[in-house]
Design a protein around this ligand. Structure first.
Ligand SMILES: C[S@@+](CC[C@H](N)C(=O)[O-])C[C@H]1O[C@@H](n2cnc3c(N)ncnc32)[C@H](O)[C@@H]1O
Length: 231
């Protein structure tokens, strides 16, 4: 069973992703779909090392970042002293009052829950979002392939940064990359995980009371689904 100790090892390598244009673009797509007003209060669910929270903050949001992994929070805190961090397991109910957030974002988190926990967690997200507030979820889809993601990310990186920089980074970060492959295989084998079929994340939002605002978008080199909805 994967718990916070697995995520602690995972996060030692995770932040190398910030050098990968496809990952940074994924976070940008989430922020663009969320369209938060400056100064709005945004909840980042499963915030990890804070990469999405930091992008939201750069757009003028006040961000509350929730995760159950203490080590991830240490990484987040190291990047931003004043980050508002909440250590909690999102399958155990959210420690917030109803209608208290203007917007909610979450990247690559809900797939790590069982189908039943996903419903309970998204109902909780509905409870804490204010009426009219927006939510954006992105998650890998059921058929995602780490090697396809890797190949396409390398091509996008070469287009954005040139082959010289791309090859240099590939060689430099070879060992963390291999470890990330191992972690992702382990994650994929976890039977209680529930990856979404193409229209499933959108249906989950509807089931839990949200109103989808657009069609599902394919993001992260065609390996993940992004849905935007409102309460
Ligand atoms: C793949 S990481 C994504 C991190 C971050 N959202 C990002 O995009 O960089 C998944 C995150 O979900 C968190 N997570 C998984 N299950 C959780 C749970 N039940 N409660 C709170 N956080 C959880 C993990 O600790 C980890 O930080």
């Amino acid at each position: 069973m994967i718990g916070s100790d697995f995520w602690a090892r995972y996060f030692r390598d995770y932040d190398k992703l910030n050098l990968v244009p496809s990952y940074v673009e994924l976070l940008t797509s989430i922020c663009e779909e969320l369209r938060p007003e400056p100064n709005s209060l945004v909840l980042d669910i499963g915030s990890g090392t804070g990469n999405l929270a930091l992008q939201l903050q750069a757009r003028g949001c006040r961000v509350v970042a929730l995760d159950f992994c203490r080590d991830a929070m240490h990484c987040h805190r190291a990047k931003h002293d004043d980050a508002r961090l909440v250590l909690a397991d999102l399958t155990k109910g959210l420690p917030f009052k109803e209608d208290c957030f203007d917007a909610i974002a979450s990247n690559n988190v809900l797939y790590a829950l069982s189908a039943a926990d996903q419903v309970a967690a998204v109902r909780e997200l509905h409870r804490v979002l204010r009426p009219g507030g927006r939510i954006v979820l992105a998650n890998p889809w059921a058929g995602w392939k780490p090697l396809t993601l890797y190949r396409r990310s390398v091509r996008s990186s070469a287009r954005a940064l040139g082959w010289g920089v791309t090859v240099f980074r590939m060689v430099r970060w070879m060992v963390p990359q291999v470890r990330m492959f191992y972690y992702n295989r382990k994650l994929a084998k976890e039977s209680h995980y529930h990856y979404f079929e193409p229209d499933e994340q959108r249906r989950l939002l509807e089931t839990c009371g949200f109103r989808p605002l657009s069609d599902t978008k394919w993001v992260y080199e065609g390996q993940a689904l992004l849905d935007c909805a409102a309460k």
